[in-house]
Structures are given as structure tokens and as C-alpha cells.
Write a protein that binds this ligand. Structure first.
Ligand code: FAD
Length: 497
């Protein structure tokens, strides 16, 4: 039976959920947030909250017995290793032909990501969110999101001299010699802290290779920004290790939400029912899409429209490495926080981040994560026989991304007389075309929802995360997810409370 009736329940604590919770709390509304991942606020036996990429332990992966590193091989050798099954921080979720990497814990993707905080170019915005007023976004909501996230840029003078960005300077040289625009990329990492890391005056995080499994210092994850502010209102309660499994209309109005409390081995230890007047789906593109598709198909929310589960994209992610000449070393010390990119979006449909390979040794490799204008979109559907939601993405659908990335790297290789690395994703495999870090879509704005994220068919149900965005943002997505959430929650607070 129902234990309580609450005004607002938020599913998930990533960008969308955190924006919703903070702004609702500031408007005087009490909010409960349910997050299936851990709190990540307590140090382990090594004194650190998060483990390092060089020695992943149980904290690294979500309910796996072996690591699933994005770069599976190095110099031809597989590098994955066995770990105890645990509710770790990074989920490598295998969906059809793609592995979707996602953060798990209070703070969602902000715990594991590179912190690259990129506002799309204004001229690209109408293709990203066609139904949204661009003036409002660029005058109000992007600035609001950037300020609240603590976005800052690297000191260009320090960039020129620090050993930790030798790899990025090599990336710049090669980009510019081939005539490509090289751009600095803002980040939520505290650049002053990183300078102190380099000076040896503070504990190291970015300069110790921390990324993917959390940053112990320096990165302003949501725990330090939106969530800290939300908690300070006294109106927000967060329940970690709580997974929402159902949302359905309650007899007396509002919605009955079923929640499983889970142990660190992923087992259900208690089931709770909460009745909420309003529910915000902020479980991320995959999490929200899976919930909505299941709830529609199984009769909990049958009136959701046919757009639910549609329009999913991978933000065109594709990775590759290049083998440099001996006169272009990229450095044995590489900051795990990328700070730059190669912009060939308009001409070739690719924006490539110059990414680190923080192995601790000289690799003579340049490594890149490209975001491309891949037009392919997949859909989620309910697999009744298996009792789960499937995604119909095909690995071959990455080919447009590869072609677009090649507009940059074939040219650089020709100019430099270099070749692609073939040892990073398997044996003799050039392209990392098996994954995405940037799942987007599945409950697209103005299609599955109205133009502010209200789900059609169910007053009081909202989507407020990356699932609203139809598959591509032209750059890294979290600033756009945050800014869109700021726009939508402002409207919802003004009209629906
Ligand atoms: P999320 O941040 O994914 O949050 C959703 C939360 O909901 C999660 O904490 C999840 O555990 C929880 N949840 C899911 N299902 C349930 C459920 N049923 N019940 C309860 N809780 C649930 N983006 C950038 O812009 N810049 C970068 O540098 C960057 N680097 C990245 C690097 C990596 C390795 C990864 C994985 C991602 C990166 N991203 C980056 C992407 C970015 O982190 C995501 O786009 C962003 O986090 C999505 O925000 P969201 O609010 O949609 O959902």
C-alpha cells in the first residue's frame, strides 16, 4: 500500500533531474529524488571515493564481473580484468549493436564524464531542437546552465607550457597543418586546481588519470553544483540505491510509483510504494526510454503516444587513434580532462575532441572522440518474451560517422605521413564504432511530450533529461540537456504548480 503522498518525485539524479529538483525546491516545493546508483560520498578502504582508470576495482562498473573498458586493447593486448560484482559507477549497457556508457550514482553522468561543457554553435541549434526558441536558449538558458554548472576555460598561457597538454598541442599542430579550425573546449573541471596538481601542491585527480570511474578532486560534478544547492534548500531528499520500476495513475489522483531498494550486489532488499502528484522522468535517455516503453506496453501507462521510444541517436560518437612519428611524442603525463577539439562540422559533419590516453607511458599516439552528424535513429521496443526493452541500433549504422571522422583524419594522416592505430579496439581494428557516451532521444520534445516535456496522455508526468533531444547535439550534450531542463522547468513552475 501507499506509504506517503508527496508533491514531486524525480526519477534519477543526472543533469535533468538535478535542475528540476533545485528549481522546484527554490519555488517552495518538496522533492524526493530516487537514484538507482550509489551516493558516492564515502571513501573506500584506500581513503578515496573513486577508483582510478589504472587499477579499476569493484567501484568501477555497474553489476559486472569483468571490466568493459572503452579501449579494450593496448598494443594488441586485451586489458579488461575481473572485478567483484558491485553497483559500481559506470554502466557499460549492451543494447543491440551498441554499448551505451552511462554514469550510475547521485550525479548521474556528471560523475564519470570528461566535464566538457560545450554550447553548440548558434547556427546549428535549429537542427538540434527545432521546436525551441533559439533566442531564449542563447540569451537566457544556456547562460544560466553554464553559470550553475561552473563552466570555465583553460588558461591559454598554461596550456602552452604544461607537460599534461603536450598531447593536445600535438593535436593542434596536426589539425592546423591540415587547415582545420582548432578550438578550446570549456569544462567544469576547476582549471586552477589542475594547475596546483601540476605544481604538486594538492592531491592529483586529472593529472593522476582519473576519469570514467569518477574524479576524487577538481571536477565540479553535479554533487558540487546543482545537487549541493538543492540539498541546501532543505526541501530535497535523495534516496540512493533505489530503482524505480513502475509509474501508474493512482486511484485517488496522482501517480503510484513502485521503487525497489537495492543492495550493492544489485539485489532487491525492499519494495516501496509512493504516491506523487507529479513525476519527472530524469533517468537518462536510456533509463527514461526503457521505463516509458515498458509502462506503455504493459498497461501501466497505455495512453502514452506512439512517439515514446522513438528518435534515439548516439550523437554520432566514434573513436580512433593515430600513430605519430617519433618526433611527435604526446607525453607520458596526460591530463584526463580534454580541453580542445577539431571543428569540421560544417564541411565534414565531424567535431573531434583531442582526447587523452593517460597510460603513464609515452605512446606516440593521438587519440580522438569524434561527434558526427550521423543521421541514423533507432527505436526502443518492448520484448514481451524476454520481459525487457530492446533497442534496434545496428553496428553498421556507425558507417556514416566513420566517413565523417575520416574527413578529418584521412587528411591529417596524408599530410603527416602517418597511419591509424589498429591496436586500441581489438586486433587490427581502426574504429571504435561499438559504443556511445552520448545517448540522446527516446522521448523526443514536442513529439512524445509537448514543447516543455509534459508527457502526452498523462497530466503531471514529465520528461526532463537527454531523452528529449532527438539524437544529436553537434557537440558534447550535457550543457544542452541542462539548458533545456532550465527552460522547461521554468515554464512548468509558472503554469503547472
Ligand atoms: P544521466 O546523467 O544519465 O542521469 C540519469 C540518472 O538516472 C543516472 O544516475 C541513473 O543511474 C539514474 N537512473 C536510471 N534509471 C533509473 C531508475 N529506473 N530508477 C532510478 N534511477 C535511475 N557529456 C558532455 O557534455 N561532456 C563530456 O565531457 C561528456 N563525457 C562523457 C564521458 C563518459 C564516459 C560518459 C558515460 C558520458 C559523457 N558525457 C559527456 C555524456 C553526459 O554525461 C550525459 O549526456 C548526461 O549525463 C545525460 O544527462 P541526463 O540528465 O539525461 O541523464
Amino acid at each position: 500500500g501507499a506509504e506517503a503522498t508527496i508533491p514531486v518525485l524525480v526519477i534519477g539524479t543526472g543533469y535533468g533531474g538535478s535542475v528540476a529538483a533545485l528549481r522546484l525546491a527554490q519555488a517552495g516545493v518538496n522533492v524526493q529524488m530516487y537514484e538507482m546508483g550509489m551516493a558516492w560520498d564515502t571513501p573506500g578502504s584506500d581513503g578515496k571515493i573513486f577508483c582510478n582508470t589504472t587499477s579499476p576495482d569493484q567501484r568501477s562498473y555497474w553489476l559486472r564481473t569483468k571490466t568493459k573498458q572503452p579501449l579494450s586493447n593496448f598494443l594488441g593486448f586485451p586489458i579488461d580484468k575481473n572485478i567483484p560484482r558491485y553497483t559500481g559507477i559506470l554502466d557499460a549497457e549492451e543494447m543491440g549493436g551498441i554499448i551505451v556508457y552511462q554514469g550510475r550514482g547521485v550525479g548521474g553522468g556528471s560523475l564519470v564524464n570528461g566535464g566538457m561543457a560545450v554550447t553548440p554553435k548558434r547556427e546549428n541549434f535549429s537542427a538540434i531542437l527545432p521546436s525551441v526558441n533559439a533566442d531564449e536558449m542563447y540569451n537566457t538558458y544556456y547562460p544560466r546552465a553554464n553559470a550553475a554548472l561552473g563552466v570555465n576555460t583553460i588558461d591559454p598561457a598554461w596550456f602552452e607550457t604544461t607537460a599534461a597538454y603536450q598531447y593536445a598541442r600535438v593535436g593542434r599542430k596536426h589539425a592546423q597543418r591540415s587547415g582545420f579550425p582548432f578550438v578550446f573546449v570549456p569544462d567544469v573541471y576547476d582549471w586552477d586546481y589542475m594547475k596546483q596538481e601540476a605544481a604538486g601542491t594538492v592531491p592529483k585527480s586529472a593529472l593522476a588519470g582519473e576519469i570514467l570511474y569518477g574524479n576524487n578532486y577538481g571536477k565540479k560534478s553535479l554533487q558540487r553544483t546543482y545537487i549541493a544547492q538543492a540539498k541546501a534548500t532543505g526541501r530535497v531528499t535523495i534516496f540512493p540505491q533505489h530503482r524505480v520500476t513502475s509509474v501508474a495513475p493512482a486511484a485517488g489522483g496522482g501517480y503510484n510509483v513502485v521503487i525497489e531498494q537495492i543492495s550493492t550486489s544489485g539485489d532487491t532488499v525492499a519494495t516501496k510504494n509512493v504516491v506523487a502528484a507529479k513525476v519527472f522522468f530524469a533517468a537518462g535517455s536510456v533509463g527514461t526510454s526503457k521505463l516509458l516503453v515498458k509502462l506503455k506496453a504493459t498497461g501501466a501507462l497505455p495512453n502514452l503516444n506512439a512517439e515514446v521510444g522513438q528518435g534515439w541517436g548516439d550523437n554520432g560518437n566514434v573513436m580512433c587513434g593515430r600513430a605519430n612519428h617519433l618526433w611527435d611524442p604526446t607525453g607520458s603525463l596526460q591530463s584526463s580532462i580534454p580541453c580542445s577539439g577539431i571543428d569540421n562540422w560544417a564541411a565534414g559533419g565531424a567535431f573531434a575532441e583531442v582526447a587523452p590516453l593517460p597510460t603513464g607511458i609515452e605512446t606516440y599516439a593521438s587519440f580522438y572522440l569524434s561527434i558526427t552528424k550521423n543521421p541514423n535513429r533507432a527505436q526502443f521496443s518492448w520484448n514481451a518474451a524476454a520481459g525487457k526493452v530492446d533497442l534496434n541500433w545496428q553496428t553498421a549504422w556507425k558507417q556514416p560517422s566513420i566517413n565523417m571522422a575520416k574527413t578529418i583524419f584521412d587528411k591529417i594522416n596524408a599530410k603527416e605521413g602517418t597511419i591509424y592505430r589498429t591496436d586500441l579496439f581489438g586486433t587490427y581494428k581502426i574504429w571504435g564504432d561499438h559504443l556511445t557516451y552520448h545517448p540522446l532521444g527516446g522521448a523526443v520534445l514536442n513529439k512524445a511530450t509537448d514543447n516543455y516535456g509534459r508527457l502526452h496522455g498523462y497530466p503531471g508526468l514529465y520528461v526532463i533529461d537527454g531523452s528529449l533531444i532527438p539524437g544529436n547535439t553537434s557537440v558534447n550534450p550535457f550543457v544542452t540537456i541542462t539548458a533545456l531542463a532550465e527552460r522547461n522547468i521554468e515554464q512548468i513552475i509558472a503554469t503547472d504548480l
